[in-house]
Design a protein around this ligand. Structure first.
Ligand code: HEM
Length: 376
């Protein structure tokens, strides 16, 4: 990835918004209008788009890499459990996880808010959500971490091989958790999800694939959402002051932080038949990468897109995608991010970044290597 992806997106959007990247053999789309069209129209296939990503072996069929009618069948049982209202009922459980981690950060002058806060937060939320036994949590975090390379289209062969092995190990672990009766956590959805899947006639294998997807699709994006959001806030003292003086802005603040620094900057699709976009013909099954992060900075939709404006309204960002594959975890990710930011600002009234920030070279997630901060 270029050092400054936003400058690169701007150049592409202004000069060649439907760009054929010859060495990658892929189309890159950077205009809001085009990205939305690809994600919401019926001409593009997610199944084809995911299959065309560089990978030795195909991923098992899940809602992420399927089209109608499979997609609705695979998503519907989980959609009930992850619906906004169902997630809001888990607010106390999420707050309890945040409140358990924040005190662990006490009494240190310097902290890494990614490694010591956002990552443990993401893995504990997912572990509780998926009823991972307490004595398995460390292993779960390691496997979630390794399996996440499955998300990154730029991951090298070694990382991908390790990611596939980790995904297999996660799958085997979930098969055991499902069969082991035990008291479930306050946040836990494992039994409810299992019941919904049985009722909808999904096979056991399909449930295990779904659980894997929840970990792989959730862990890195959630950790990086929280860290990217805190980094963007700390880089803008004026906006930080606005939020500190009016915490009721947290809802629109999180939307703006999602827009500003989306942790999942791309989605992959391919057209079923030849289509014309922006005066270019895209052939059937040719890989198309839509840059959600570029669309989120398109000045034709967002005035002064490079400016962080926590009160921005409307804010129709595409950080969670759009259309049928709109992020299933969005209500949960929003809730966790809101609670996390409020808790950190409350606990540390004098927070500032300690040193230059370095971004990881991966495409997905867009994330920092660390978020070093001074607390006093
Ligand atoms: C609680 C954590 C999360 C979980 C469990 C989760 C889960 C999922 C799942 C299962 C899908 C596939 C939905 C489908 O194809 O029908 C999905 C899609 C997506 N998620 Fe999330 N997600 C989480 C957090 C995030 C975060 C923080 C972001 C970034 C802001 C994000 C961005 C996306 C995007 C862009 C898609 C669409 C992919 C596409 O259209 O190809 N997710 N998520």
């Amino acid at each position: 990835m270029p050092d400054d992806p936003f400058a690169w997106y701007r150049r592409l959007r202004e000069n060649d918004p439907v760009h054929y990247h010859a060495s990658a053999g892929m189309w890159f789309l950077t205009r809001y209008e085009d990205v939305q069209l690809v994600l919401q129209g019926r001409s593009f296939s997610a199944a084809l788009g995911q299959r065309l990503r560089r990978r030795g072996t195909p991923l098992p069929l899940s809602m992420l890499n399927s089209d109608p009618p499979d997609h609705a069948r695979l998503r519907a049982p989980a959609a009930k459990v992850f619906a906004a209202r169902a997630v809001e009922r888990r607010r106390d459980g999420v707050r309890a996880v945040v409140d358990a981690i924040v005190p662990e950060l006490d009494d240190r002058d310097e902290l890494d808010l990614l490694g010591q806060f956002a990552r443990p937060l993401s893995s504990r939320v997912l572990a509780e959500l998926l009823d991972v036994p307490v004595d398995e949590r460390e292993r779960f975090e390691r496997l979630a971490d390794e399996a996440s390379a499955n998300l990154d289209p730029l991951a090298g062969p070694d990382a991908l091989a390790a990611a596939l092995a980790a995904a297999e190990a996660l799958r085997a672990a979930f098969a055991t958790y499902l069969e082991t009766p035990r008291s479930r956590s306050e946040l836990g959805i494992l039994d409810a999800l299992g019941e919904e899947c049985t009722r909808a006639g999904l096979a056991r294998d399909e449930l295990l694939t779904m659980l894997n997807l929840l970990v792989i699709g959730g862990y890195e994006p959630l950790a990086n959402l929280v860290a990217n959001a805190l980094a963007a806030l700390l880089a803008d003292p004026e906006q930080l002051r606005v939020l500190r003086s009016d915490p009721s802005l947290i809802g629109s603040a999180v939307e703006e932080l999602l827009r500003y620094e989306a942790p999942v900057p791309v989605a992959a699709r391919a057209p079923r038949e030849k289509v014309a976009i922006g005066g270019k013909d895209i052939g059937a099954a040719e890989p198309v990468v839509v840059f959600l992060a570029a669309a989120n900075h398109d000045p034709s939709v967002f005035a002064h897109p490079e400016r962080l404006d926590l009160r921005r309204r409307p804010n129709p960002h595409l950080a969670f995608g759009a259309g049928a594959h709109f992020c299933l975890g969005a209500p949960l990710a929003r809730l966790v991010c809101r609670e996390a930011i409020l808790a950190i600002l409350d606990r540390f009234p004098n927070l500032s970044v300690a040193g230059a920030l370095e971004w990881r070279p991966s495409l997905v997630p867009r994330g920092l290597r660390a978020l070093p901060v001074r607390t006093g």
